[in-house]
Ligand binder design. Structure first.
Ligand code: NDP
Length: 453
């Protein structure tokens, strides 16, 4: 088996050169599947792994637009349609200068397993643009979104591919993208999720990823008869996921003490309560400012700039009980993971996608802490997007309580799937194996049943 896995990974690297994040994401899944492939020779024979790691379709396109100074700008847009065996492609759009083919392929690959875990019929996809929204006016963002959608509209649709937000794509961008789609197609359908409440959006969708990550952490704590009550929590990032992670931590009696952005981090030992969180939401979502302003506003808060020559991220070297990485990929290295474990962190629930390097994951697994990978812990976002799709199809809208109740049930179900799959394949308590195996089995069965297409 080990030679099969090695050959498989060698081929992935040869066929997808210069895409280290994609290699990392595939390797992590393959590491979990050794026993599955041994017990299911039919999956090897049908080359399920080889087929799952090859996108069904990759679309790359020019996005040209004009800035406020009348200068022409040219960006690159992408949509990776990874796997549709269990439903229409579903996954977010990311606008960030670091966006490239390899990063979006890693995200699309992860999305396939995550979406399978949600219990809803959704395939996996991801897309984005190497555009940096920082410092751009609303009009510039609108022109970029319109140019992006002028190509993307021909590849998506409510039964084909339903994008959503991700880093740099929030309610404002979804609005501009939806407006352009509606104009070009002359139809109003649930083609995007994360829409405004007045035009087809779902209650709780903005909250869902952060709330879901905290629900998942609570489930993990429950396996050791503990709760979040009184627990101190490190949260990185300060965008959508970070904000609602903190809101739910507060509701469940925990105390969030950090936030960050790409320039630095704040540490507030008194805790980021509801009032301070209102300030953060206004700062990040309306004024689009930097997290440093939090330290200027509130007493007793320290601000630490993030410098590139540090060998660790200081946010992960603060004493706490739980950690919710909610910024970006590979923000926790092996050194950071050791700092977390040595400082007594016993729960890590990933709101971000793949925020921990493979070496960091190994540190968590060796220490046997409760560690939930993003494809399980942050699946509440896409699950609630699935609920938005259902509401759009039936032209109904559900109450806040109904959507939140369903989200909570889905997170419990994902937790149960992870626990059961990990135990069934000989690694009880290992949520990495549980999530990878649970997600893989559902997609593999569907692919096998649908033949070689
Ligand atoms: P936002 O754009 O709302 O916020 C992203 C936050 O992360 C910002 O504070 C940003 O800081 C910080 N950040 C982004 N890139 C970097 C970087 N390279 N280094 C340091 N900090 C960085 O995005 P979301 O909150 O929506 O997404 C956060 C993470 O959660 C991502 O990994 C995303 O894929 C994942 N996720 C999001 C879902 C959703 O529903 N939104 C669903 C599932 C996963 P700055 O302002 O300086 O850029």
């Amino acid at each position: 088996m080990s030679s099969y896995v090695k050959d498989f990974m060698d081929e992935i690297k040869a066929k997808n050169p210069a895409q280290p994040e994609f290699h990392q994401a595939v390797q992590e899944v393959v590491n979990s599947l050794t026993l599955v492939l041994e017990r299911h020779p039919e999956y090897r024979k049908a080359k399920i792994l080889e087929r799952i790691a090859e996108a069904e379709r990759v679309i790359m396109f020019r996005v040209s637009w004009m800035d406020d100074a009348g200068e022409i700008r040219v960006n690159r847009g992408y949509r990776i349609q990874m796997n549709s065996a269990i439903g229409p492609y579903k996954g977010g759009l990311r606008f960030h200068p670091t966006v490239n083919l390899g990063i979006l392929k890693f995200l699309a690959f992860e999305q396939v397993f995550k979406n399978a875990l949600t219990t809803l019929p959704m395939g996996g996809g991801k897309g984005g643009c190497d555009f940096d929204p920082k410092g751009k006016s609303d009009n510039e963002v609108m022109r970029l979104c319109q140019s992006f959608m002028s190509e993307l509209f021909r590849h998506i649709g409510p039964d084909t591919d339903v994008p959503a937000g991700d880093i740099g794509v929030g309610g404002r961008e979804i609005g501009f993208l939806f407006g352009q789609y509606r104009k070009l197609r002359n139809e109003v359908t649930g083609v995007l999720t994360g829409k405004g409440l007045d035009w087809g959006g779902s209650l709780i969708r903005p909250e869902a990823t952060g709330y879901g990550a905290v629900y998942f952490a609570a489930e993990m704590l429950g396996t050791r008869n503990q709760t979040l009550e009184g627990k101190s929590c490190l949260v990185s990032g300060s965008g959508n996921v970070a904000q609602y992670t903190i809101e739910k931590i507060n509701q469940l009696g925990g105390k969030a003490v950090t936030l960050s952005d790409s320039n630095g981090l704040i540490y507030d030992p008194a805790g980021i309560d509801a009032k301070k969180l209102d300030f953060v939401m206004d700062l990040k979502n309306i004024r689009r400012g930097r997290i440093k302003e939090y330290a200027d506003k509130f007493k007793g808060v320290t601000y630490t700039p993030l410098t590139l020559n540090l060998d660790h991220n200081p946010i992960w070297n603060i004493k706490a009980d739980c950690a919710f990485p909610s910024a970006t990929q590979n923000e926790i290295t092996a050194k950071d993971a050791k700092n977390l474990v040595n400082n007594g962190v016993s729960v890590v629930a990933e709101g971000a996608n793949m925020p921990t390097t493979q070496e960091g994951v190994d540190v968590f697994l060796d220490a046997r802490i409760m560690y939930a990978p993003g494809k399980a812990a942050n699946a509440g976002g896409v699950a609630t997007s699935g609920l938005e799709m259902s509401q759009n199809s039936t032209r109904m809208s559900w109450t806040r309580e109904e959507v939140d109740g369903r989200l909570h049930q889905i997170m419990k179900s994902i937790h149960r799937t992870c626990v059961d799959a990990a135990a069934a394949y000989g690694t009880p308590g290992n949520y990495v194996n549980g999530a990878n195996i649970g997600g893989f089995l559902k997609v593999a069965r569907a692919m096998l049943e649908q033949g070689l297409v």
